[in-house]
Design a protein around this ligand. Structure first.
Ligand code: TPP
Ligand code: MG
Length: 333
């Protein structure tokens, strides 16, 4: 595994702070009705991304996930201003404002969405890995999904084929305890989701998803395995989301105390504690990082606010492929 140096801890702190504040800003913009539709926030789960990015080779590895998908493309190098613009439905967004919150996408940076159908991205991730194997790119695909997706048939079909063909893929379930308002305990007779890998003889296991070091270790091992041609791994990241499923969630299914318990093991606080214990940065230097984060969030907001909405005409351009599709009179003129 790549060494976890002082610089890595400082990067983790700055990145995770930025993702958290970026999404706090989105929550505020949602309340102002500037972000429309759904908004699912990643707050609390940041270590799962930070640790994975440390283990990835961003020049060739890919990522695909569900709809809780704002920090991931940013982590992979997509301009955060364009991600915020997408959320505000602006023409400068990653999908020209036509995708919105659940569908951030950047083929250029290896981020393949952003999927709203629970479990739908699991076979797609296996497919991306198949392409990497077929074209011998040396790339590995990280395929993320939630605990709610773990009992979908698509997972079992994808696991089977991925093991049969030894595809270069890492399957990662982010077990944040709930699928909307349904707890994992109410979903199945056993709650160790990682054990689903055993039925396919897929290397698998649980990981402390609140700690980026533990995530980086497990991910490095899994990515190495995939890259040397030994096939997939299934990791269960034990994590937690502080906010509701989406912005319209009254959260009657859990107590405030439960949320507070998890805040005690918050990934950002854990990393900050290590930075302070080891004197990797002075209080002043940490304040400088925080100020930089605040400025960048403000810059993203300003860029998104000042960007234009897409022209009404694009409504037709992206729906049908055929130039002369018969039901579009403006195309026939
Ligand atoms: C096939 C399908 N069934 C149901 C839904 C409705 N739905 C949206 S999110 C969700 C819960 C998924 O929870 P989980 O996979 O744990 O992800 P999390 O939201 O916790 O990140 C459900 C049931 C859907 N989008 N797709
Ligand atoms: Mg969940």
């Amino acid at each position: 595994m790549k060494e976890i140096t002082k610089e890595v801890y400082l990067k983790w702190y700055e990145d995770m702070q930025f993702w958290r504040k970026f999404e706090d800003k989105l929550a505020a913009l949602y309340i102002q009705q500037k972000v429309r539709g759904f908004l699912h926030l990643y707050n609390g789960q940041e270590a799962v991304l930070a640790g994975a990015l440390h283990a990835m080779d961003l020049s060739k590895d890919k990522m695909i996930t569900a709809y809780r998908n704002h920090p991931q493309p940013i982590g992979m190098g997509v301009d955060p201003r364009r991600v915020m613009a997408e959320l505000l439905g602006k023409a400068t967004g990653t999908s020209k404002g036509l995708g919105g919150s659940m569908h951030i996408f950047s083929k250029e940076k290896g981020f393949y969405g952003g999927h709203g159908i629970v479990g739908g991205q699991i076979p797609l991730g296996a497919g991306l890995a198949f392409a990497d194997k077929y074209f011998e790119t040396g790339g590995v695909t990280l395929t993320y999904f939630g605990d709610g997706a773990a009992r979908q048939g698509s997972l079992h079909e994808a696991f089977n084929m991925a093991m049969l063909w030894k595809l270069p893929v890492v399957f990662i379930v982010e077990n944040n305890g709930y699928a909307m308002g349904t707890s994992v305990e109410r979903t199945a007779n056993h709650t160790d989701i990682w054990k689903l890998g055993l039925g396919y003889e897929m290397p698998c296991g649980p990981v402390d998803g609140m700690n980026p070091v533990k995530v980086a270790e497990a991910m490095s091992e899994a990515i190495d395995r995939a890259r040397r041609g030994d096939g997939p791994t299934f990791l269960e990241m034990k994590t937690y989301r502080y906010r509701g499923h989406s912005m319209s969630d009254a959260q009657h299914y859990r107590t405030k105390d439960e949320v507070e318990e998890y805040r005690k093991i918050d990934p950002i606080t854990q990393v900050l504690d290590i930075i302070k214990e080891n004197k990797y940065a002075t209080d002043e230097e940490i304040e400088t990082i925080d100020a930089r984060v605040k400025d960048l969030v403000a810059e993203c907001e300003q860029f998104a606010e000042e960007s234009p909405y897409p022209d009404l005409s694009v409504m037709y351009d992206v729906v049908y492929d055929q130039e002369n599709y018969p039901f579009l009179p403006h195309k026939l003129q």
